[in-house]
Design a protein around this ligand. Structure first.
Ligand code: PLP
Length: 455
């Protein structure tokens, strides 16, 4: 069919295993370490995560079976359609074919439930009753609330204060799914109270919210912490996206030249990209591009170092591109891209030359998002607009070169709860912002004295 828009898989065609890129890296990733630089064992993570997820975190098997119960829950919204953005292509006058994996069709509206459902399920299996977490834009908090409600766990969410104010309906979604959401820093934890005393007007950060969630998780035996990105097991769960996409491309006899995803902690990008990275390792010619905001340029400007995942340094030290755990990003609307570190697996893939990274300004992203909504119809999340802007750049480049390139991007979520950002854009209240050198230098000071990963 020449004018086909959607490529769909049946529920029977849902992938039954996740893919683990750790099995295929040419050089293995450095391990997480303690403050002295000694590799940590599973026990160091036991107060924070259930052992079945810790095993996944350290797993180097190429394929991991998806439990039947998780597959059953995935079927609520998976397989997600692979769309062809024909109207956008026409508006751009490009010979490129632009495909997108629509992860916005899940009940919470993003890719996040792919891991939320899995993490809630493994915690329940392990006998846990309650999960704590942080959330930036609110996508992760609502995804985990949704998953906990389906699986029968309590859910406590610390939401970065700037997003708590900017996105009031996200917290209402969490409440509908039974989650208990408070603004972070909060007065409910020691770390929150201390930060509020020092910086009463702070917009908050994911690093702070993670510290609060961790503090509450380690206080109760029946409670563990769930992280929406960054960790290896999160990347693993998200690969269902790329595995489906590959099956969908196979159905139409295409293969992408360029794979694109926006990267905050790295999970939606990794989810789409890693199954294609496996092909790249095997010799396939495919470009894989991660995009991030110029306000939080982790992959494009930050050093590769050992750093903590949170401001109170409660996590082990992870080898990653990082702006320093004390980094408090500017209050841009792409709340989910405001994290100081990048997933160790994504950071390692960059070092291995498997992927490229690019940073984009806020206004270009909003312009791209509006063009998208006016051609494709769906209103993207501000985070997703960073993937869209890159796809548009690549499509324009293809036009200049007169090449019929195949582009695929991860449409990581809808922006129906993020309309205040669009309002600010239309009212001319947004401006471009690149992280100034001196601010970056100051926040990188928090890396001083920490062990260094091998060169
Ligand atoms: C819609 C959407 N896209 C992307 C991201 C970025 O996170 P990650 O890099 O882990 O996919 C978020 C995070 O909140 C999000 O909500």
């Amino acid at each position: 069919m020449s004018d086909q828009i959607k490529v769909v898989l049946t529920e029977d065609e849902l992938p039954r295993q996740w893919y683990n890129l750790a099995a295929d890296f040419t050089n293995p990733m450095p391990p997480p370490v303690d403050m002295e630089g000694n590799p940590i064992g599973p026990d160091a993570l036991a107060p924070v995560f259930p052992m079945n997820l810790i095993e996944q975190e350290m797993c180097t098997d190429r394929w991991v079976d998806i439990p039947e119960e998780i597959l059953g829950l995935y079927k609520i919204w998976r397989p997600t359609p692979l769309y062809r953005a024909r109207r956008l292509e026409k508006a751009l006058g490009t010979p490129a074919k632009i495909y997108y994996k629509n992860e916005g069709v899940s009940p919470p509206g993003s890719h996040k439930p792919n891991t939320a459902v899995a993490q809630a399920w493994y915690n329940k299996e392990f006998g846990i009753k309650r999960l704590t977490t942080e959330t930036g834009a609110g996508q992760w908090g609502s995804a985990l609330s949704f998953a906990c409600e389906l699986i029968g766990l309590e859910c406590k969410i610390f939401m970065v204060r700037i997003s708590f104010t900017q996105k009031p309906f996200r917290k209402m979604m969490m409440r509908v799914w039974g989650g208990d959401c408070v603004a972070s820093p909060s007065t409910e934890t020691e770390v929150g109270r201390k930060i509020l005393e020092e910086m009463p007007d702070t917009p908050g950060s994911l690093g702070i919210a993670i510290s609060e969630a961790l503090e509450q998780a380690v206080q109760r035996e029946d409670t563990r912490y769930a992280l929406g990105s960054v960790m290896n097991h999160v990347m693993l769960h998200q690969t269902i996206i790329g595995l489906e996409a590959k099956a969908q491309f196979e159905k139409i006899g295409e293969y992408p030249d360029i794979v694109i995803g926006c990267a905050g902690g790295g999970s939606n990008f990794a989810g789409l990209a890693f199954p294609f990275a496996a092909d790249k390792i095997a010799g396939k010619d495919v470009r894989i591009v991660a995009t991030e905001p110029t306000a939080c340029p982790t992959l494009t400007r930050a050093p590769y170092a050992y750093d903590s995942g949170d401001v109170a340094m409660m996590t082990p030290l992870l080898p990653m591109h990082t702006l320093g755990h004390t980094f408090v990003p500017a209050p841009i609307h792409a709340g989910g891209l405001r994290y100081h570190g990048m997933a160790p697996m994504v950071s390692h893939a960059l070092r291995e030359g498997l992927i490229e990274a690019n940073s984009l300004e806020q206004l270009e992203c909003y312009e791209s998002a509006v063009l998208w909504a006016r051609t494709e119809g769906f209103i993207p999340a501000p985070e997703t607009s960073h993937a869209i802007a890159q796809a548009i750049r690549e499509a324009k480049q293809a036009k200049e070169e007169g090449k019929e390139k195949v582009i695929v991007m991860n449409w990581s979520g809808h922006g129906l709860m993020d309309l205040t950002g669009y309002e600010a854009f239309f009212d001319g209240k947004l401006s471009d912002y690149s992280l100034p050198e001196e601010l970056m230098a100051r926040s990188l000071q928090s890396l001083e004295g920490l062990p260094k990963p091998p060169a």
